[in-house]
Write a protein that binds this ligand. Sequence first.
Ligand code: ZN
Ligand code: MN
Length: 499
Amino acid sequence: MNLETIIGLEIHIQSKTKSKMFCDCMNLSDNEEPNTHVCPVCLGHPGTLPVANKQAIYFGVMMALALDCKINKKSLWARKNYFYPDLAKGYQISQFEQPLSVDGHLTVTTSEGKERIGITRLHLEEDAAKNFHTKDKTLVDFNRGGAPLMEIVTEPDFRTPQQARAFLHELRLLARYLEVSDADMEKGHMRCDANISMRPVGDTKLYPKTEIKNLNSFRSVERALAYEVKRQTDLWEKETPVDYLSTRGWDEKELKTVEQRDKEESADYRYFSEPDLLPLILNEEEIKRIKAILPELPQEKVKRLKNEFGLKHHDAKLISEDKEVAKYFEEVMSETRSWLESLDDMDGSREEIWEKNKEKLVKLVFGWLTSEVFKHIKENNSNISEVKITPENFAEFITLIYTRKVNSSAAQILLKEMYETGGDPSNILDEKDLSQVGDTKKLNKVIEKIIKSNPNQVKEYKSGKEPLIKFFIGLAMKETKGKADPQILEELFKEKLTE
Ligand code: ZN
Ligand code: MN
């Protein structure tokens, strides 16, 4: 049977504001003593009034603009009623009709290609508290109660679990670029429910969907959806497709979904407009101002890095995965360029000099940054902001390699020292005596000695066993403690051995 998979996502992102959505209690207080960041407003005491958090609204607008949504200049607050111990007021303040923004999109790329995912809406709301289930009772921590959330609902545009995962990855990157949230799924700052149904290819109607809950990593989203694709395909093939709305939880240990309580219809929430808050009005000026402070977004950055530095798509993406890494890379490139242009023995205009050397320099900077520096960062469980090597020093390090003052094994030692101490590469080079021996007089002495003490190998080489050159170079490298330039050695050996 030829089936098509239909997936839509609902994502909640906790905004990184100082205070909660409708009161001035501290936000992001998950690691604090339970129930210490609460007040009569977020505990739902009678007679208290909510006041909307301007920062949370602005963060929502930023995210909505980054998703190319249309911002509603007037949006409405609504009460979503349900009973649960984590909901102090018995309702959640959310937005229902006329949300903050609608009609956006985000393009995702997977190994199968590109897919444009429609964004139905992005609206603002407050979070519920957190329940803790112990053996015989349930405890509630209200620190999270009333935290600011943005809820993002997508169109049912995903066709594969991989696309859903790629979307979440891209969404997290956006939130981090905008600095509106860390959007860590593991920490619950980004939560995702996935809706999935299947239909025969060619059919245009949508069949009842299954909602999957309890997804707390990108991997579990992809796995749970893949599991459902298989389960629902089997049901279709048995001619008993899912014919009712259902909710299933993802069991991370068993790696399967398990049916939960029946899904509530939106009518069950008895939405009505929030009488304690005025409509949310945004004027053109405000929206323009927010638009103006948006940073360069990840997909734009990838495009620019490819154009400006000739990076491959994959490499530009790797650099852009962290805004700070991209910034560091560009600073190093700019320092490297200044150095290049300051050399007096160069012909041509600044632009020509740069164009002639750019490819090699970009390759060096990218290579040393993403292999060695990343390795040290990983080993130290650190991040780019904590790296002590300044872009100036990193650029200087690159020039030492470029001008062959150090060879690559000495460069590794040099970089490690720079990483640990933040020291200046030229100083370390002298202190540690790492400079490459390129002096042919010195090297020729070493070479003569090696030739003299290895007559058999010399004979074999001369009779045509050319790969032996590697053997000679190896001995010379040992003799110079790894500081010789292997390329020069090869030339000199070839010269001597053909004499
Ligand atoms: Zn409060
Ligand atoms: Mn919600």
